[in-house]
Design a protein around this ligand. Structure first.
Ligand code: AQP
Length: 345
């Protein structure tokens, strides 16, 4: 038994994904996509996946799913993902994800899955009516990552628990099969916007499936809509404090400061230093201008890219081929380790 392999024993490789369960939000952009673009320039192989199999763990209208997948691919490219440098594809097109997910369903324990807070949040009160896929979601997510032997996964704060489960699954697999085959992946959760909150309720995260469109900024919102949503965002009557400590019990105010900081590549403290003593009447228009200046060029480019859907499908197809080249030999070795006979045809 060699025990668990630290990620450092494996070639560094970054993997992450976003569900095409709706349009990209400012939360997805700041917590994930903007950082995916930064990682692309760090000289490590980057694999980015539109996780359509995750999306169908809750009902998706087929026409909308197809549109959202292509639009999200356009959003990735418009935000700066270069499909020549990074591998960009949709999950369902690389069958190794589903194959490894099944093996991980047999490695993960019911007790571990029962502790997953995202399942509890998404299933709500009627757990009996939730899909089996929603329950098994974290095992598929572990497969997404480990089928590429990814060592680092940039995500928002909400995915921390799933990343810990990924590490648990890799550790148990390695232990049970007396191997160091799977890396123990490092979550990369960083920056002021690791958890962007709803514009209507500072205790809830901004989410693409929130029933209230006013709760989020969509990447496809017009400049007017962005400005109007920020103007109407819930805040309080106090001016902005000088120090971060002064935002401790002001969730909505903290959220807007964090969004400003992330959009402007500054720290929240630097933003406070500039705006201390000013109220939201002065701060919100500045934030709206910054958000429009950051997001409008991306949304304009997305619209242009969506004029040529065949080209988007071609990019996704090429990405799937490249992903498959990495995943297939890893999956073959995994089947061998588990004891599955390689049949001759
Ligand atoms: N509000 C957020 N703040 C920071 N990061 C966020 N992410 C999502 N929301 C925020 C990050 O975006 C990546 C992709 O997330 P996902 O689409 O796979 O699933 P999610 O986290 O469940 O996102 P949503 O928008 O809430 O989707 P729905 O509504 O379909 O469930 C992840 O890295 C996530 O951390």
């Amino acid at each position: 038994m060699t025990g668990a392999a630290p990620a450092s024993q494996h070639q560094p490789r970054i993997f992450s994904g976003i569900q095409p369960s709706g349009g990209l939000t400012l939360g997805n952009y700041l917590g994930a996509l903007k950082r995916f673009v930064e990682k692309q320039d760090e000289g490590i192989e980057t694999i980015y996946c539109l996780v359509d199999m995750h999306a169908i763990t809750v009902w998706q209208d087929p026409l909308r799913l197809r549109h959202a997948t292509r639009e999200m691919a356009a959003g990735f490219i418009a935000a700066g993902i270069n499909p020549e440098r990074s591998i960009l594809f949709n999950q369902s097109q690389v069958s190794a994800h589903a194959e490894l997910a099944w093996i991980f369903n047999c490695v993960a324990r019911m007790g571990w899955m029962n502790r997953m807070t995202q399942f509890k949040d998404k299933a709500g009160k009627d757990k009996e009516a939730a899909s089996l896929g929603l329950y098994a979601y974290p095992a598929l997510m572990a497969a997404d990552i480990l089928v590429y032997h990814a060592t680092h996964v940039p995500v928002g704060e909400d995915q921390r628990q799933h990343l810990e489960l990924t590490r648990d699954i890799a550790t148990k697999f390695n232990h049970d099969y007396e191997t160091d085959f799977f890396p123990i992946t490092e979550p990369v959760i960083e920056g002021a916007a690791a958890r962007v909150m709803s514009l209507r309720d500072g205790t809830k995260k901004m989410s693409k499936s929130d029933p209230s469109d006013q709760s989020r900024i969509n990447m496809t919102d017009s400049a007017d809509t962005i400005a109007q949503k920020i103007r109407k965002a819930k805040t309080d009557a106090e001016p902005l404090p000088e120090l971060l400590d002064g935002l401790k019990d002001r969730a909505e105010a903290r959220n807007l400061v964090n969004i400003y900081a992330a959009l402007d590549n500054r720290s929240p403290q630097e933003v406070l230093t500039e705006f201390a003593g000013q109220g939201f009447g002065a701060f919100k228009p500045k934030l709206a201008d910054l958000a429009v200046a950051s997001l409008s060029p991306i949304s304009k480019r997305m619209q242009e890219l969506m004029q040529d859907v065949a080209e988007i499908d071609r990019i996704l197809g090429r990405g799937a081929e490249r992903a498959d080249e990495i995943a297939t030999p890893i999956m073959e070795r995994c089947f061998d380790i588990v004891g599955m006979v390689r049949a001759r045809r």
